[in-house]
Ligand binder design. Structure first.
Ligand SMILES: Cc1cc2nc3c(=O)[nH]c(=O)nc-3n(C[C@H](O)[C@H](O)[C@H](O)COP(=O)(O)OP(=O)(O)OC[C@H]3O[C@@H](n4cnc5c(N)ncnc54)[C@H](O)[C@@H]3O)c2cc1C
Length: 320
């Protein structure tokens, strides 16, 4: 993966201005590459021990080879993009960064996994799938000494990319992996990947939802229901309840935005954490732009990258 695309990196004329990027996922890295080519000094801040965001820490190696992502990041480092890692930006630090740069791009994504609202989510063996994936990526990349090892029967609730990747990761530990999806495979954004999982032995129960997770201290299973949709309203099919024994439950029902500001502070106006941006991707704070999943909600790699590149183009125009 290359983020420096539009120039010969050896022949860039310095523009004498500094841009900060907060959140070095694909949106932030794409913007960094574009702005590097325009001659800006780039300071990139990220809360993880390496840049790359979900490409590196969310999606397992089988689907997103880490080597290629790291090569792209290392190229940026080699050409002088400064990375400040393990640096969670909030409030005061955000203010300092904005004040000390000519422009700032915020691209901190959607890292807060949603919790399922059913009894039993506190039992041992229930985990947020994104946390499971991140913990094991940190381990695989040698940033932590232990990952999360699972065995026995693993159930995954959800049917999007996170569910797919949680299933792939689970297959490393167990052959008994089940997905429970409230809709049908053909309705999922990850329909091709779900079909491929079936070939690998994962059983997918479509149009099902757990009403509770049972067990004493540890998970013993889920109470599973068939469901039907009436618009966005979910209806449990009467008489369809049955117990499904499981040892682990991984929840993959979506993610919420993780902005580096608290509502309205730093002059950045938001609606439910989503920064309000104008048609040039500038927030309500002058010189501060936003891009990627933080603005669009969880979408696709291509969307996040093009959003980062678009913001970078507007930043360049703003700095002229
Ligand atoms: C498990 C999973 C699998 C996916 N699979 C696919 C797929 O197959 N195909 C596809 O097209 N899309 C897929 N997606 C979606 C895709 O990965 C995202 O849309 C895209 O990566 C978002 O890029 P981003 O740069 O906006 O955010 P991210 O990649 O999330 O990057 C945000 C960065 O901000 C950092 N950060 C967060 N908060 C702070 C803070 N306070 N201070 C500093 N840094 C911070 C994070 O550490 C992270 O590096 C998947 C998503 C998930 C979760």
């Amino acid at each position: 993966l290359r983020f420096i695309l539009n120039c010969n990196p050896e022949q860039v004329t310095p523009a004498g201005k500094k841009v900060a990027i907060i959140g070095a996922g694909v949106a932030g890295l794409g913007a960094a590459g574009y702005l590097y080519c325009k001659g800006y000094h780039i300071d990139a801040y990220d809360s993880m021990p390496e840049a790359g965001g979900l490409l590196l820490f969310g999606i397992p190696n089988e689907r997103m080879p880490k080597k290629g992502v790291l090569e792209g990041i290392n190229q940026l480092k080699r050409y002088g993009v400064e990375f400040y890692l393990n640096k969670a930006v909030q409030d005061e630090l955000l203010e300092e960064i904005i004040e000390s740069h000519d422009a700032t791009l915020i691209a901190t994504g959607t890292w807060k996994a949603r919790q399922l609202n059913v009894p039993g989510v506190d039992l041992q063996g229930v985990m947020l799938a994104l946390d499971f994936l991140v913990a094991n990526s940190l381990h695989d990349l040698d940033f932590s000494s232990s990952g999360v090892a699972l065995d026995g029967r693993i159930g995954i609730i959800g049917g999007g990319y996170t569910a797919v990747d949680a299933a792939l990761e689970s297959l490393k530990w167990s052959k008994d992996v089940f997905i429970f999806y409230r809709r049908t495979i053909s309705e999922s954004e990850a329909r091709c990947e779900l079909k491929a999982l079936k070939q690998k032995g994962v059983t997918i129960y479509e149009s099902t939802l757990p009403k509770s997770i049972y067990g004493t201290k540890k998970v013993q299973g889920i109470e599973l229901w068939d469901v039907k949709f009436n618009g966005s309203e979910v209806n449990y099919v009467p008489g369809s309840a049955r117990n499904f024994p499981l040892d682990y439950v991984l929840i993959a029902i979506g993610e919420d935005r993780t902005p580096p500001y608290r509502g309205g502070l730093n002059g950045i106006s938001t609606v439910d954490g989503k920064p309000i941006v104008n048609d040039r991707m500038m927030t309500t704070r002058k010189s501060v732009f936003a891009a990627g999943d933080l603005v669009n909600g969880p979408t696709y790699i291509g969307n996040a990258l093009s959003s980062g590149l678009k913001a970078a183009k507007y930043i360049d125009e703003f700095l002229h």
